[in-house]
Design a protein around this ligand. Structure first.
Ligand SMILES: [Zn+2]
Length: 272
């Protein structure tokens, strides 16, 4: 086997082990004598994929012309195997924003410590509010209500703002929801709420819209505030309806792009 083949086999085996939970059971076995850290699930029932497939028809940020292209590089007919070359904007499709996106000295996507890309999914459900008001900003009260039901948000959690917007994907016009003045209208985080979440020590903010700042924002205050505090974002998440308000754990796996301001990401929920 050549090196590339061997690597592919190793990755496939690793994926299979993760998918079947074998790795987690192995780890449990090894630390059976100690109590598990509270931020780690003892077991999970299944894995839910929370991302969209990256492709040319994904809704792009307005003005991002030709955000993605994939061309065939080798074909079965000509070469006996299949490869493509793709080019993509870093902020396109289901993707991660690294702190370096808005903070000069911030971590680039490859520098984010791996342990920050895994954590309890704190799901803040605002589907009713977003249906009534496309310009909805996350109320800090929503966090208080979550904490009344589930306890204080633990350090290292990853917040999921579930707006229901993903049901508009991949209809670009409906997803951007632009008015005659070319201003977009979709819900987002508020500065007030993000201050509370930073105080709780969360590692990331995620959402099922184009941006953690609401569509009508012109100066992106949430990006400035949260990246300034070292948080990452995931934007354009897919259908989040399967997630419980608490109890699922997220695995956020962005492309490890050297020096990147962000990049396409796969996001998985380990379900209780
Ligand atoms: Zn982004």
């Amino acid at each position: 086997m050549d090196t590339r083949r061997r690597l592919a086999v190793m990755i496939a085996v690793l994926c299979a082990l993760v998918a079947t939970g074998t790795i987690f059971r192995m780890r449990e076995g090894r630390v059976a004598q100690k109590s598990a850290p509270p931020s780690t699930p003892a077991a999970f029932s299944r894995i839910v994929d929370l991302g969209h497939a990256l492709g040319p028809d994904n809704p792009a940020w307005p003005g991002d012309d030709k955000p993605f292209e994939a061309v065939e590089n080798a074909s079965f007919e000509k070469d006996g195997y299949f490869t493509r070359k793709f080019t993509s904007l870093e902020h396109f499709g289901t993707h991660l924003d690294a702190p370096a996106h808005f903070l000069k000295a911030g971590w680039t996507v490859d520098q984010i410590p791996a342990e920050r890309l895994y954590g309890l999914a704190v799901v803040l459900d605002v589907r009713d509010e977003a249906r009534a008001n496309a310009d909805y900003l996350l109320a800090a009260e929503k966090i208080a209500q979550w904490e009344t039901r589930h306890g204080r948000i633990p350090r290292g959690a990853i917040v999921v703002m579930r707006t229901g917007w993903a049901e508009r994907w991949p209809d670009t016009a409906r997803y951007r929801n632009m008015d005659a003045a070319k201003l977009m209208h979709f819900p987002g985080y508020s500065v007030e709420a993000v201050k509370v979440l930073i105080d709780r020590g969360v590692y990331g903010l995620t959402i099922d819209t184009l941006s953690v700042d609401y569509g009508a924002s012109k100066d992106f205050p949430v990006h400035h505030l949260s990246h300034g505090a070292g948080l990452f974002h995931v934007e354009n998440l897919a259908d989040l309806s399967a997630l419980p308000e608490s109890g699922a754990y997220l695995v956020v796996a962005p492309i490890k792009l050297e020096g990147g301001s962000g990049g396409p990401a796969r996001v998985f929920a380990l379900m209780p």
